[in-house]
Design a binder for this molecule. Structure first.
Ligand code: ZN
Ligand code: ZN
Length: 257
C-alpha cells in the first residue's frame, strides 16, 4: 500500500501554520518527494521522516513556494551524512541555474558525500523504478508571465508540470500549480487520488470534473489561510457534485492509497 504525506500545504503567501508546497509518496521502502517548498526539511524533522529513504525529488515548477526548500534539504542531508544519491528532476529551464545556485550557496557536490544528479524533466515517463512510474503533463500555470518575458527578453520557458504517478495498481495525480482545471481534467478517469491545488482552480468546475469522472479521493491543497477557514463551504460543494471523498490538506496529513 502506498501513502501520501503532506509536508507543506500553503499557497504562495507564507502561513504561520503551514509550510510551502511539498509532498512525499511512500511506496515500497522508498519515499518520492514532489516539490520542495520552504520548510520541507523542518517538516521532515517534525514528522520524524527518515529522509535517507528519499529516492527522488521532483519539482513541478520553479516558483519559490515549490523550490526554495531544496537548499536546506540538501544541507540537512549533508549534515546527516547521507550516502545515497539524491536525484533531482526539474524543468529544463532551471537545471543550470540550480547547479549554479548550489555553488553560490557553497553546497559543492564534491563536499556533500553523496551524488546529486540534476535532470531536466523529459517526455514520458521521465521517472521509473521498482515502485513508481511518473508521467508528466505540461500545464498553463505560468502563461500569464508571457508579457514580462517578452518585454524583459528573459530566457524563461514557462515550464510547469502536473504529474500522473502509477504505483502498484493505483493512479495518483499531483496537479502542481495549474492555470485551470482543464489542464488535467482529461486525465481523471480511473484516478484513485487527486491532489490538486485549489487557489488557481474554479472550485465548482473542479468538483464537477472530479464527480463526473468518479475520482475516488480528492485532496485540495495550496489554498490561502482564509480559504482553509471556509472548508465547510468547499466540502459541501463537493457533496453537491457527488464527490465521494474529499479532504482539505493539512501539514502532517497522511493519506493511504
Ligand atoms: Zn504555488
Ligand atoms: Zn506557482
Amino acid at each position: 500500500m502506498a501513502e501520501i504525506i503532506v509536508l507543506g500545504s500553503a499557497a504562495g503567501d507564507p502561513s504561520p501554520e503551514r509550510g510551502s508546497s511539498s509532498y512525499l509518496l511512500r511506496a515500497g521502502d522508498k519515499l518520492y518527494q514532489f516539490d520542495a517548498g520552504e520548510g520541507c526539511s523542518v517538516a521532515m524533522k517534525r514528522q520524524k521522516i527518515d529522509h535517507s529513504k528519499i529516492a527522488a525529488v521532483i519539482i513541478s515548477h520553479t516558483h519559490p513556494d515549490h523550490l526554495s526548500g531544496i537548499f536546506m534539504e540538501i544541507q540537512m542531508m549533508y549534515l546527516a551524512k547521507r550516502k545515497e544519491p539524491l536525484p533531482i528532476y526539474l524543468p529544463s529551464e532551471a537545471k543550470e541555474p540550480l547547479e549554479r545556485f548550489m555553488q553560490a550557496t557553497y553546497l559543492f557536490k564534491e563536499k556533500m558525500g553523496f551524488d546529486i544528479p540534476i535532470s531536466a524533466i523529459q517526455p514520458d515517463p521521465f521517472f521509473r523504478d521498482d515502485n513508481v512510474t511518473v508521467y508528466t503533463r505540461a500545464n498553463s500555470h505560468l502563461e500569464n508571465y508571457k508579457q514580462y518575458i517578452e518585454n524583459g527578453k528573459y530566457s524563461n520557458k514557462l515550464q510547469s508540470y502536473s504529474y500522473v504517478i502509477r504505483t502498484g495498481n493505483k493512479k495518483i495525480i499531483y496537479s502542481g500549480d495549474i492555470g485551470s482545471v482543464e489542464d488535467y481534467a482529461d486525465l481523471l478517469d480511473n484516478c484513485d487520488l487527486l491532489i490538486t491545488e485549489g487557489l488557481h482552480a474554479d472550485l465548482e468546475r473542479l468538483m464537477d470534473e472530479v464527480g463526473s469522472h468518479g475520482v475516488k479521493h480528492l485532496v485540495i491543497t495550496h489554498l490561502t489561510d482564509k480559504m482553509y477557514k471556509q472548508s465547510e463551504q468547499i466540502l459541501s460543494l463537493g457533496h453537491k457534485y457527488g464527490v465521494v471523498k474529499v479532504h482539505l490538506a493539512e501539514d502532517g496529513l497522511k493519506i493511504k492509497v
